[in-house]
Design a protein around this ligand. Structure first.
Ligand code: AMP
Length: 116
């Protein structure tokens, strides 16, 4: 799906109508700092096109899915992270609160496992 979805905050960030600290951009993805960081580096990578979750993105746009991960790796390198965690919360039970696919890039501190 192309074009922004009305009322979607991440579509607004992609379009530039919602302010965000954008750190990286490709033709298919936009990376910006999470407004409520859970680690020294906490960046969200979103596809330019609106897809509700990672499975929907993967089904519709495999190249866009790959771009999300290569963008995350570029962000991690730019931030000087030697280890980092990528998270795709999918569904409310898993903690998804924004229904435009977003890949969390977390790093800069020790991360425990399992997550809460
Ligand atoms: P999730 O809970 O996986 O859906 O993650 C949504 C994330 O989006 C949370 O970590 C929020 O802090 C973050 N978030 C929500 N609105 C914004 C915004 N306007 N700019 C940056 N991050 C945001």
């Amino acid at each position: 799906m192309t074009g922004g979805v009305e009322g979607c905050v991440f579509c607004g960030i992609v379009a530039g109508s919602v302010p965000a600290d954008v750190v990286h951009r490709t033709e298919r993805s936009v990376a910006f700092r999470d407004v409520s960081p859970q680690a020294p580096t906490h960046v969200l990578v979103v596809p330019v096109d609106h897809h509700e979750n990672a499975a929907a993105l993967a089904a519709a746009d495999p190249q866009g899915t790959a771009d999300l991960i290569t963008t995350a790796a570029a962000v991690a390198e730019a931030e000087g992270l030697t280890g980092y965690r990528l998270v795709l919360n999918t569904g409310r039970e898993a903690g998804q609160t924004v229904f435009h696919t977003h890949l969390h890039v977390l790093g800069g501190r020790s991360l425990t496992w399992p997550p809460g």
